[in-house]
Every structure is written in C-alpha cells, then in structure tokens.
Design a protein around this ligand. Structure first.
Ligand SMILES: [Zn+2]
Ligand SMILES: [Zn+2]
Length: 211
C-alpha cells in the first residue's frame, strides 16, 4: 500500500471563490507552513449553522463539521466561506480556529469592504486571514508585535497594515510545533498508523529570538 500524501492541508472552498484567490492562498500556505494543499468543494448550503435571529452563521458549528469532513491524511483543514460568521460574544468575526486543533475557517464576507473584489488588496486580506487562522491551529497565539501576522486585528485597516509574515519569535514557535507534529507522526507511523503524517518538512527558521 502506498503512503498517503504528507504535509497536506485541505482547503474546503465554496463554489464562488475565485481560482486566482485560491492560488494566492495556496502559495502563502506553502511559504509559511511548508505544506502542500488540496482543494475540496464545500457545500454552499451552510444552513445548519445559520442563526435566524442574527442572520449570521455560527463559526463553531462549521468547524465541528470540518473535523468530520477532513480526510485522515491531512494535518489541518481550513474552510473559506462567503457567509457572515459570528461567535456569540462578538458582532462578527473574519475567521475562527481551534487552537492547536485541526480546523479553522475564514469568511470573505466582510473582507471585500471598501475595495474591488478583483483587487490585490482583497486577495491579500483573504490570504492573510487564512495564514492567521491556520497559525492558531499550529498553536500560535496572538502576538504583541504589529509586525507579525499573528497580531490581533479588529478592523480591516488593521488587516491591511499587518504584514503577511510571522515575526521571528512566532517562527521559532511554529518550528517547534512542526517538530512536535513530525515526532508524533513518526511515532504513530511506527505503530502502523499513517494518519496525520507530517514529515520531511523544510526547516527555514532562525533559531535566535528577538531581543
Ligand atoms: Zn486570531
Ligand atoms: Zn509574532
């Protein structure tokens, strides 16, 4: 039996998403997380997550669904949807992630505000939010540095100003987490279980911490 693909992240995408945008997102995921991606269509019918009173979609419900939909060989799963997402304590969210878990989600609903949906700025926003939410699934928390993609953003101005790179400190944390996942994967592989394999990942991380 051949081994399943390694270092894979699945992107669940609803039907209306631009292929150019998906290409950008895939390149950025490879650049930051050293992971290949595969695209799987996500049903446009998300009514199971709809809160009729708010006319918004509960992101946690979609995350739960993603876990059941994600193929066993992928390390992470991200959904990119077009509906307006919320969590109960906030009016809306651009995305949500399971900290250190498998699934995260990004909504394009508000990311196009004030710009053309064909613009570089819009694509950039979607790609940045995708990296940010995936970063949480790799156990990265919000970073105090404004020069880091893990910095918390409340507004689109914040998103536009935030760079699409991890700071050196978060890069080290990501490297540690990838190392941990690789070790875990080798262990389960040794036990005859190839699920969630993550191996052969490129190392590209500065070992020194910022002052
Ligand atoms: Zn965040
Ligand atoms: Zn950082």
């Amino acid at each position: 039996m051949t081994d399943p693909p390694v270092n894979k992240i699945v992107i669940f995408a609803v039907s209306g998403l631009e292929s150019e945008m998906l290409t950008r997102v895939r390149l950025d995921i490879d650049r930051i997380f050293y992971c290949q991606t595969e695209i799987t269509p996500l049903s446009d019918d998300l009514t199971y997550a709809l809160d009729p009173a708010r006319n918004q979609y509960l992101s946690a419900s979609i995350l739960d669904r993603l876990i059941t939909l994600a193929p066993g060989h992928v390390v992470k799963a991200i959904a990119i949807v077009e509906v307006d997402l919320f969590i109960p304590i906030l009016t809306h969210v651009y995305g949500e992630a399971q900290m250190g878990g498998k699934a995260c989600i990004v909504s394009t609903y508000r990311l196009g505000e004030g710009v053309s949906l064909a613009s570089e700025t819009y694509f950039h926003r979607v790609a940045k939010e995708t990296i940010h939410e995936l970063g949480h699934t790799f156990n990265l928390r919000h970073c105090p540095s404004k020069a880091c993609i893990m910095h918390y953003c409340r507004t689109l101005n914040d998103v536009d100003r935030r760079p699409d790179e991890l700071c050196r400190y978060c890069k080290v944390l990501l490297d540690d987490e990838i190392e941990r996942l690789a070790k875990q994967s080798r262990l389960s592989s040794a036990n005859g279980n190839n699920i969630n394999r993550i191996s052969g990942i490129k190392k590209n991380v500065s070992q020194s911490l910022p002052p």
